[in-house]
Design a protein around this ligand. Structure first.
Ligand SMILES: [Zn+2]
Length: 138
């Protein structure tokens, strides 16, 4: 047992005796990363960084497609914002439903992100229906 290892009150023991907090593998104390969950191995640390990146990237699809759909109600030359909203939302639904990286990184939030993309498609189609309806009244 190393006596020079830093100890924190409540710490169950030196890191060499503790498993990875996420996958349970035996930890090399020189290669462990301290996280909010406790010490984790290199692979789990890297996966955690990837999850943060994928969770951040996933926000792009609902937020951007909804923004395009809302802007299309204000002005929409050549239906460019309708096309952008639907293209972004369809890409988002496709990636968010198929890629395991997004499923793991988002957890239960993935459903609301997909719902946001579907909402953008509904808004974009509603915009076109309203424009055609208004045009037919003239
Ligand atoms: Zn691990």
């Amino acid at each position: 047992m190393r006596i020079d290892a830093p100890r924190v009150s409540g710490d169950p023991g030196p890191m060499s005796q503790r498993p990875c907090a996420r996958c349970g593998v035996a930890l090399d104390p020189d290669k462990a990363y301290l996280t909010g969950d406790g010490p984790v191995c290199d692979a789990c640390h890297t996966q955690g960084e990837l999850d943060v990146a994928f969770a951040s990237a996933a926000k792009y699809y609902p937020s951007t497609s909804l923004s395009f759909a809302l802007v299309s109600f204000l002005f929409n030359p050549f239906y460019v914002f309708t096309i952008a909203a639907i293209a972004t939302a369809v890409t988002g639904v496709s990636k968010l439903t198929r890629l395991e990286d997004y499923a793991r990184a988002l957890g239960p939030k993935r459903g609301s992100y997909i719902a946001g993309c579907v909402g953008a498609i509904v808004l974009a189609v509603l915009n076109v229906v309203l424009r055609i309806g208004l045009a037919s009244l003239r």
